[in-house]
Design a protein around this ligand. Structure first.
Ligand code: NAD
Length: 500
């Protein structure tokens, strides 16, 4: 295998429909750029409504055909085969992901390994946990439930951890027996294409898995509106999620919505401050800060505020910002110039609002890349724009707090509710605060470490529904109840008696 560099020439990317790699029917393409150099990597077929129509129709035929009639063991063998193939190619997929997104290579390697686990995990989950219930009703009835696949699942994914997030949806969708049309984010098409090649190699029946690259407003919107794709699982911005729900209202889509976040991390004065410092810095600066569960709001108890912030500034100064393909790099360039401009815009707003902007170090040699240095926003109040809106970059607001009640109020005074983190050695307080924060997922004395069996998702404007573990079954399957009479229970006898 030839080592990937920023000068490597990569083939252009096609759509994957009905088991074949094809051009977009319009023949249109768009440019895919390297965020480290801002030079083109390759061109990508730009799918339109007609391509979505073909992909959905292939997926529908596969659902009604070969895929739908496989035995469970046969279906799950395909899922495990995909996992094996991903594992075999981690060292090739991770650099592709880093090249495309700017995410540091030591992080993408873990993400790709996790992607393989997603498939293996759901093969196991479906064989052990996709079970129905039985309801005995005296001697009269036995009622039981079965979980049936729904049909074609439309999966629409973001660019911030593309391969991992795509597999997170594809694995439960396929393992439960649905077929898939994936619309990956337009800024990160490389590994979605590699996944199509892997699934092609795994030899799934044609049409079970399809990838239509393209813009959200065209390919994405066509998938949302398509009457034959009853499921739409979306991960992305809150604003896009609400737009998608409007567009899917007429065809009455079932939605899973994983949306934005602005998660609090709360550090009390009795916490293990060294570990808290590690968690705070990793939680905001890993994935270049482009992480939905990032702790982008740090609340520090006022008695330790000055020393904690001083140490934090030292950490920020020392973070290694650089080439995403270099194993030592801790923070890489942001995905795209548009996103870079947007994050910079927020730093301008922060200054205007009176915050103190403290930034880390980026070598001048990296001037071509979309680099925003790791940044702290100090002197912030909770009502500022930068404390309320998701910036989605390596930028963290830092606020002092006086006591438990005040910090819970500040943590909850926001429209988001995805995740949160509490650091304290008072375990009663740890549980209490965790449960009072309005967020789908909380960690006590830990960074974001997630067991695949647990539910993933947000409250308020951070999402609707839960993915992960058996929670995903609610979305990807239709529960049917079958009522079976066991004896001769009474049935009303309309019209049996002669009318007088
Ligand atoms: P985005 O909303 O801009 O795009 C996400 C996807 O939606 C892309 O594939 C895009 O092409 C598509 N899209 C855009 N408009 C569409 C439309 N009208 N119809 C159908 N599809 C459309 O999000 P992004 O910038 O790619 O990702 C960053 C966002 O994702 C952040 O807000 C982040 O918090 C969120 N996110 C959430 C989670 C979570 O699990 N809650 C995980 C990762 C990222």
């Amino acid at each position: 295998m030839k080592e990937l560099t920023h000068d490597s020439k990569l083939d252009d990317i096609q759509l994957y429909i009905n088991g074949e790699f094809v051009q977009a029917s319009s023949n249109e393409t768009f440019e895919n750029k390297n965020p480290f150099t801002n030079r083109p990597i390759n061109r990508v077929a730009s799918g339109q409504k007609s391509d979505i129509d073909m992909a959905v129709s292939a997926a529908k035929a596969a659902f009604k055909g070969e895929w739908g009639s496989l035995k469970l063991k046969e279906r799950l063998a395909y899922i495990n085969r995909i996992a094996d193939l991903i594992d075999e190619h981690i060292d090739e997929i991770a650099p592709l992901e880093s090249l495309d997104t700017g995410l540091p290579i030591h992080q993408t390697k873990k993400m790709v390994a996790r992607a393989a686990q997603n498939f293996r995990f759901y093969a196991e989950m479906v064989s052990t946990r996709l079970t129905g219930d039985a309801y005995q009703v005296d001697d009269d009835f036995l009622n039981y439930t079965v979980h049936k696949p729904v049909g074609v699942a439309g999966l629409i994914t973001p660019w911030n951890a593309p391969f991992m997030l795509e597999t997170w949806k594809i694995a439960p969708a396929l393992a439960t027996g649905n077929t898939v049309v994936l619309k990956p984010a337009e800024w990160s098409p490389l590994t979605a294409n590699r996944l199509a090649e892997i699934i092609d190699k795994a030899d799934l029946p044609n049409g079970v898995f399809n990838v239509v690259h393209g813009y959200g407003e065209t390919a994405g919107a066509a998938l949302v509106a398509h009457p034959d794709a009853p499921l739409i699982s979306f991960t992305g911005e809150t604003k896009t999620g609400s737009e998608i729900m409007k567009n899917g209202a007429d065809p009455l889509k079932r939605f899973s919505m994983e949306l934005g976040g602005k998660s609090p991390i709360i550090v009390f004065d009795d916490a293990d401050l060294d570990r808290a410092m590690d968690a705070v810095t990793w939680g905001i600066f890993s994935f270049n800060g482009e992480r939905c569960t990032a702790n982008s709001r740090l609340f520090v108890h006022e008695s330790i505020y000055d020393t904690f912030v001083e140490q934090l500034m030292e950490r920020v100064e020392n973070i290694l910002v650089g080439d995403p393909l270099d194993d030592r790099t801790q923070v890489g360039p942001l995905i795209h110039t548009n996103h870079y401009e947007n994050v910079k815009r927020y730093l301008g707003i922060a200054e205007k609002e009176g915050a103190r902007v403290v930034s880390g170090y980026v070598d001048e040699a990296h001037a071509d890349g979309n680099f925003v240095p790791p940044t702290l926003l100090l002197n912030v109040t909770n009502d500022m724009t930068v404390a309320q809106e998701e910036i989605f970059g390596p930028v963290m607001c830092v606020l002092p707090f006086k006591d438990e009640n005040e910090v819970i109020e500040m943590a909850n005074d926001i429209r988001y509710g995805l995740a949160g983190y509490v650091w304290t050695n008072d375990m009663k307080r740890g549980h209490r605060v965790a449960q009072k924060v309005d967020a789908g997922m909380m960690w006590v004395n830990s960074q974001n470490v997630r067991d695949l069996r647990t539910p993933f998702g947000g409250s308020k404007h951070s999402g609707i529904g839960r993915e992960g573990g058996y929670y995903a079954f609610e979305f990807y399957t239709e529960v049917q109840i079958v009522h079976v009479a066991l004896g001769d229970h009474p049935i009303p006898q309309f019209g049996k008696e002669k009318r007088t």
